[in-house]
Design a protein around this ligand. Structure first.
Ligand SMILES: [Zn+2]
Length: 639
């Protein structure tokens, strides 16, 4: 996922709108066997007991009802019972209406007893199914709630085309349980198939074998033959059309958006080929991208075979396509080799951010990769200054009682990638590249943990290169807060000249030479604005705005830096456009900094509240919860 946890400790309370402190007796970690060896292996964010029985295959048969904002039907599990004493199947659910549970024995289905526990605000309701016959197949008939945390339902007016409704899922981290009863842990992998019916005028897609030529008829079937963890289960429906980029890659989008998206993402086939050269074959057959409405709360989500992508990276100059490199990279790091619980998410996101940098470097040059690394590294250092020390570790302590959305931060992404760059620098690419490829090959379609990686690293890289990395250095990266003092920061040449231009302007009010700024891409402008410090004078902002048209920019990366600077400097001219921006876009990374700035004054808080009320019907529940937390905290502070 490309998520960017700016303001994480402040704004990112749980997607379920809860502080994550309510452990109580409903805490799934209460089920954990407390032996120290298994303590980190256990997934404390799931009630399921995969050490006793595992879902090997899931078959969904669902009706998609836009009017009721509901999915309803059956989930049929093929089970592998491993503990001979086990006679229960425990599933994760959230806000689901469970209508019936049946088990198959000798070809006949009969009812099974079950109990749905009271809901925990973070983890949902534990569903315990009694299966004394240890049935090979169990079937649950259920319906989702219109408020399902993992689904968003959009009115036609909230889409680009404005004609048809739209819906999509976001299952990571623990939202799959709000639309399918599951062992909702990344430690369990299953194959799946689905039959989905809907109104005939919308196209339905899943993280499966979507057929670019499928007729739009309201009756769709899917298969995902490769085993995936629950958080990669995905569905979307709307006025979606397909345009190819290559024989195995293309874009699904609303008709008004698809050509722009294909142009922006035209390098995707080259990205796939580049990554294959480094890390081995792409193992998922097709790689398509689905462009979502602007309300998608994240940058992207690596749903297998069908990455979900924010439209905010379509800016016309391909300057933000490292997001595509990121989601594609997950086809190796994350989707193929998966963290077995969320406390090891750096295995997904740190590795992916590293691979993303390698793809960007190969296609667009070392300098762009360095600029992006430098922005990320400056960002994570700023974030860490506000974070609890235990949240700054790569190998996180168990997340008992915590929502994994709330525990996720830029540390997993940027510190994780930085650690891999450090290893690469110490042994050289000639050794590091085959090592990383070996890690993916040897753990393909497996869920794994930090301990397994560190053992693999010692055996396959460090033993053959004694002295390359000292034990204390390894420990500093993995188990200590902060960024190790010996880490080499990324350094961009372009940024040095951007810094020079900014300093000169601040001293002289002379804008940089247009011949210089005409060469600047998004990253250079980001650097230019990020270095402005706390405040500028309104006349300075007016001068910049006149020259560079920042107010009203269609580029969200620039907007998320310009509006907060303008607002805190008292440049009131920018406020209406800032309001339009946060009303139109729902991507959390881009709009939360603007809300954070607005709520600092009573007048700004009232304005933010007003905009939020208008924007709310179009926001995703995850974004709504984050904005509500910012407003509630500000309102609490002013009382
Ligand atoms: Zn990611």
């Amino acid at each position: 996922m490309r998520f960017s946890a700016l303001l994480l400790t402040l704004a990112m309370t749980a997607a379920s709108g809860c502080s994550g402190e309510q452990a109580g007796t409903a805490d799934p970690s209460a089920n954990a066997k407390a032996s120290p060896a298994s303590a980190r292996r256990h997934d404390e964010n799931s009630y399921s007991e995969p050490e006793k029985v595992r879902i090997a295959d899931l078959a969904l048969d669902l009706a998609l009802d836009f009017d009721a904002r509901r999915l309803s039907g059956t989930a049929t599990y093929t089970l592998e019972w491993t503990d001979p004493k086990a006679a229960q199947l425990v599933l994760d659910t959230r806000d689901l209406e469970i209508r019936k549970v049946e088990g198959e024995a000798d070809g006949a289905w009969s009812g099974l007893k079950y109990a749905l526990a009271e809901a925990d605000p973070v983890f949902g309701s534990k569903l315990t199914i009694e299966a004394p016959q240890r049935n090979a197949k169990i079937r649950v008939t259920y319906a989702t709630s219109p408020q399902a945390s993992g689904l968003q339902w959009l009115e036609p007016s909230m889409t680009e085309g404005g004609q048809l409704p739209f819906m999509f899922s976001q299952s990571q981290a623990i939202h799959a349980r709000s639309w399918v009863p599951l062992q909702d842990t990344p430690g369990v992998r299953f194959t799946y198939s689905a039959h989905v019916t809907s109104r005939p005028d919308v196209m339905v897609l899943m993280s499966a074998d979507n057929d670019p030529a499928a007729p739009r008829d309201g009756d769709y079937s899917f298969r995902m033959p490769q085993p995936i963890p629950s958080y990669l289960l995905a569905i979307a429906a709307g006025d979606l059309v397909f345009k190819p980029i290559s024989a195995r890659s293309g874009v699904w989008a609303e008709p008004t958006m698809v050509d722009r998206a294909v142009a922006e993402f035209e390098d995707t086939e080259q990205m796939i080929a580049t990554t294959e050269k480094l890390y081995g074959a792409y193992r998922w057959e097709r790689y398509d991208m689905l462009v979502l409405p602007p309300s998608f709360p994240f940058g992207g989500m690596e749903n297998p075979r069908l990455s979900f992508i924010t439209p905010t990276v379509i800016v016309g100059d391909k300057s933000l396509v490292s997001l595509i490199a990121h989601e594609l990279a997950h086809s190796w790091s994350g989707n193929l080799v998966t963290n077995s619980s969320w406390k090891d998410i750096w295995l997904n996101e740190g590795f992916t951010t590293y691979v993303q940098g390698r793809i960007v470097e190969a296609l667009y040059g070392e300098e762009l990769a360095q600029m992006e690394r430098q922005i990320d590294q400056d960002g994570v250092k700023a974030d860490m200054a506000r974070m609890a020390p235990q949240d700054q570790l790569l190998v996180l302590p168990p997340l008992a009682g915590r929502d994994p959305d709330e525990a996720l931060s830029e540390v997993a992404y940027t510190k994780g990638a930085w650690f891999l760059q450090f290893l690469e620098q110490r042994v050289g690419r000639a050794k590091f590249d085959p090592f990383l490829r070996g890690w993916f090959d040897d753990h393909a379609f497996q869920s794994t943990d930090s301990e397994t990686f560190v053992a693999y690293l010692r055996k396959n890289l460090l033993e053959a290169n004694p002295g390359a990395v000292r034990e204390e250095e390894l420990d500093a990266w993995l188990n200590k807060p902060g960024i190790p003092a010996f880490a080499q920061p990324a350094q961009s040449r372009t940024f040095s000249s951007v810094d020079t231009a900014r300093i000169a302007w601040r001293g002289s009010s002379q804008l940089p030479n247009p011949q210089v700024t005409s060469q600047w891409g998004t990253q250079a402008w980001v650097r230019f604005l990020e270095g402005m410090g706390e405040k500028l004078k309104p006349e300075q902002l007016a001068q910049l705005d006149k020259a560079y048209k920042f107010t009203g920019t269609p580029n969200g990366e620039i907007a998320m830096r310009w509006y907060p600077l303008a607002l805190r400097s008292g440049y009131v001219e920018a406020r209406p456009a800032a309001g339009e921006f946060i009303e139109r876009v729902g991507r959390r990374k881009l709009i939360l900094p603007v809300y954070e700035e607005l709520v600092k004054t009573p007048d700004g808080l009232a304005f933010a509240r007003e905009v939020f009320e208008r924007a709310r019907p179009g926001y995703h529940p995850i974004t709504t919860a984050s904005v509500e937390a910012i407003l509630a905290r500000a309102e609490g502070a002013t009382q």
